[in-house]
Design a protein around this ligand. Structure first.
Ligand code: SF4
Length: 164
């Protein structure tokens, strides 16, 4: 039996649109999971809390917090191929608009006097939103906000053919 491709999906700072675009593949996506792809990690779609290794990891969203950074650095170690999926991880995208404002002022405006990142368990915001490639080596970039369906399908076909 041919071994399934181990796929992980890492969520960083995002709006959810890229995940919806993936989920919009509908039954075609379920077929892939059934026959060809072992989904080892995807907080939006599966209940696994971590993974040991992946053949390919899609990173969705920009790098906004120390938690995002920790996750993608670990993902680089664990994954043969890293794909920057959508405009946010590729160029900071919509999330990067936060760079127009001072981080501390933004937190104060959103949360009043209490800065939630003072709590030990809450991820700390980095000073700037940055694309993934500023922190780790990225093998492929899939453009779009979100990437259009034909592009996602082509990417998955390439994954299955082993050319990605
Ligand atoms: S690339 Fe666009 S659709 Fe995808 S997470 Fe970013 S803002 Fe949302």
């Amino acid at each position: 039996m041919v071994e399934k491709i181990k796929l992980a999906i890492e969520d960083c700072a995002l709006c959810g649109g890229c995940e919806i675009a993936l989920a919009d593949l509908g039954t075609a996506l379920l077929d892939l999971f059934d026959k060809h792809i072992d989904l080892v990690y995807a907080p939006i779609l599966a209940s696994t809390t971590d993974y040991d290794k992946a053949d390919i990891t899609l990173v969705i969203g920009a790098i906004r917090s120390d938690h995002d950074l920790e996750r993608v650095k670990a993902a680089r170690e664990k994954s043969k191929i890293i794909v920057s999926f959508g405009t946010c991880p590729s160029s900071a995208g919509l999330v990067g608009l936060a760079n127009l404002f001072d981080k501390d002022e933004m937190l104060k405006r959103a949360y009043g006097t209490e800065d939630p990142s003072k709590h030990k368990e809450t991820p700390k915001l980095l000073d700037e939103v940055k694309p993934l490639s500023k922190y780790i080596h990225v093998d492929y970039i899939i453009p779009g906000c979100p990437p259009p369906q034909p592009v996602i399908k082509q990417m998955l076909k390439s994954v299955l053919k082993g050319v990605l």
